[in-house]
Structure formats: C-alpha cells, structure tokens
Design a protein around this ligand. Sequence first.
Ligand code: NAD
Ligand code: DAU
Length: 359
Amino acid sequence: MATERKSILVTGGAGFIGANFIHHLFEQLNFKGKVINLDCLTYASNVENLKSIEEKYSGSRYFFEKVSINDAERALEICNRHAVDTIVHFAAESHVDRSILGPAAFVETNIVGTFQLLEVGRKLHKENSDFVFYHVSTDEVYGSLGPTGSFTEETPYDPRSPYSASKASSDHLVRASFHTYGLPVLISNCSNNYGPYQHLEKLIPHMITKMLSGQKLPVYGDGKNIRDWLYVGDHCEAIWTILTKGQVGETYNVGGDCEITNIDLVRRLCEKVAKFTETPAQKFLDLIEFVPDRPGHDRRYSIDFSKISSQLGWKPKHSFEEGIEKTLRWYLDQSNWSRTQSGEEYQRWVASNYGKRGG
Ligand code: NAD
Ligand code: DAU
C-alpha cells in the first residue's frame, strides 16, 4: 500500500487498542492527516483515553463521532464528510468471558456490525480506488494448541468461544468482500495485548487492581493455559507497517514471541508490583486463588509471525520485562487510575454473573 493515507476512520478508538493506535498516530508517527474516531461508547470505552488528543487536535485533525458501526447510513455520511480513504476497524465486543454469558451482543457487533461497515467500505471504494479497509482480528480464530506448534496464516480456523466464532465470522466476511467485490482489505490476527488504557476486566489490569486493593487473585483452572503477550505499542506499529507496506487481500499474524502460562504471569506480576510498591512479594503471592475454569478455555496460543517479519520487516521491540514495567508504571500512576474506569461497574458485573469465580 504505497499510497499516502490522508483521512483515517478508526472504529472503536475509545477502547484499549484503538486509543493506543490514535495516540501512536499522533505521537509516534506524527501523522499529519485527519483521524475520525467512530465509537458508540460501550462499557469498554473511555473517552478519557483520548483527552490529550482531544485537547490538542479536536476539530482540526481529530474528530470524535458517537456512532455505532451498525448504523451504516451515519457511518457513510461521516466518511463522506471527512473524505475517508482508510478504515481501521477495531470496534468489537472483545471479552471472552462476557461472550459466554451474553453472546448476542458479539453477533450483533462483531458480525453484523462488521458487515455493515464493509458495505460502507464498498461504497467508499467505488468513489476512491485508493480506499482500504483494515480489519483488526485475533489469534483466537485458530482455536487451541497442544504443547507444540504455532498458528500460521494457513492454520485452519477453529474458533471455540462465541467471541472467537464471531471474530472468525467477521474475518470471513472481510475476505469475501475482497474476493467477491474487489474491496481492498488487510487483515491481521494478533495475540494478547497489554499496556495502558486496557479495561480492568482483562487479565493483567485485573490482577494489578486486585493486588493493590488486597483482593484474591482468581486464576482460572490449573493456571497452565498459555497466552502469547504483545505490548500494545508494538501492535500499533505492526498495524501501521501492514497498512503502509502490506499486500491487499493478505493476512498477517502479529505476535509478541512471549508465551507464558497464566500462573507464571500472575506470579511475575506479584514480584513486579512488590518491587514497585516496596512490599514483600509474598503478600501478593498469598492472594493467588485457583477458581473454576472458564468453559471451553483454550489451552495454548502461539503465533508464528515470520510472514510480517520477513516480508514487511516488523518484529516486537519490547521484551515482556520492558513492556510490563511500562504498563505497571502507567497503572500505578494515580493520575491514570480514572482512565481505567469501570472498576465498580465491572466488580458488580462479576459479582452478579460469576459469584466467587471472578474473585
Ligand atoms: P475494547 O473492548 O477495549 O474496545 C472496544 C471498543 O469498541 C470500545 O471503545 C467500544 O465502545 C467500541 N465498540 C463496541 N461496539 C461498537 C459499535 N457497535 N460501534 C462502535 N464502537 C463500538 O477492545 P480492544 O481490546 O481494544 O480490541 C480492539 C480490537 O482488537 C477488537 O476487534 C479485538 O477483537 C481485537 N483484538 C484484541 C486483542 C487484545 O488483546 N485486546 C488481541 C487481538 C485482537
Ligand atoms: O488472544 C487475543 C485475545 O486476547 C483477544 O482477541 C481478546 O479480545 C482479549 O480479551 C484476549 O482474550 P483472553 O481470553 O486471552 O484474555 P483475558 O485477559 O480474558 O484472559 C487471559 C488469560 O487469563 C485466559 O487464559 C483466561 C485467564 N484469566 C483471565 C482473567 C480475567 C484468569 O485466569 N483469571 C482472570 O481473572
């Protein structure tokens, strides 16, 4: 994609990765074009995530639109008004546990919403042959691995939760739009992200919050499930690399080269938080509690990202050590706590849906 991007519609920009991506565009890449953040502001969003961007660029280079991706008419009107040449599609229901309890929203947003946005994309492409639709997806579409092997771009899809099934379905719709209608699309499938602005329901911020408030640390099952961890800034860099250098119609796997069992990760977090807060680590380690497993809990994810690495020259810059220290510093800075919001709402949700399991 050699064409310069001038007007980017980011969906889900008030969420975790979307907000990091918008910060990355302005602060790391010094992007000079327009960024339109289209987000309907679900529980997972936080407009505070973009306060500094709003203050500097609102109305000139940054625009916020509280609109759902399911509202194709309004989305198209916004794209036309801003002469959007690129859609980077993050908006989704993203939490696996929630998809088990309430899958309908995942079908509505991740499948129907993506379909509606693709329809918008097709109309934009008719007017502008340089238009591109970038779809942000997950490694969870590939299913669960045993002790060996890694997901490549050729691994057959085998989603096992309502969340991953809805993401797999959206990936298929995106690819179908490329093959059937010639819509220029790019897809990336990425492993577990961590970093600033992540909702407290996700493992790392969840554990940090609980440690700091002296609550039990709920580890699902035997804690031996493995995830590959990627610092969110490295993911943002990968997306930009794919957007600017990738081949349309192609899929790229993005990973952190950092496989850790959940229990090891929680123990390492205990040690780190102890160091940062000058507290004996044992105080946090004693809070670890094994709780009933997540239904259908995928055992292991591992990403082979040699394609993006060899073809586009991207690889993660942060080791887990570096990434987690940056993340912890961010969460421990009291002025950042309001940005993680939803703590109370989340605790209420956990209590009513999981009882003891959520801690
Ligand atoms: P998130 O839950 O933090 O944020 C999602 C955002 O989308 C929120 O701001 C929410 O308000 C918005 N949104 C939801 N429904 C919408 C709708 N109908 N219209 C407009 N906006 C809507 O999610 P995240 O963790 O930042 O994930 C972003 C994307 O990356 C998702 O597509 C997810 O599947 C994918 N992904 C996430 C990870 C991860 O580790 N977090 C890893 C791989 C892929
Ligand atoms: O792999 C990419 C995916 O990573 C993304 O597509 C999803 O949007 C994102 O939510 C994430 O999914 P996970 O289910 O892997 O993330 P979560 O943070 O919910 O859980 C990580 C692991 O930790 C998982 O094995 C479940 C476990 N876990 C989670 C929580 C919240 C616990 O053991 N205890 C917990 O309290």
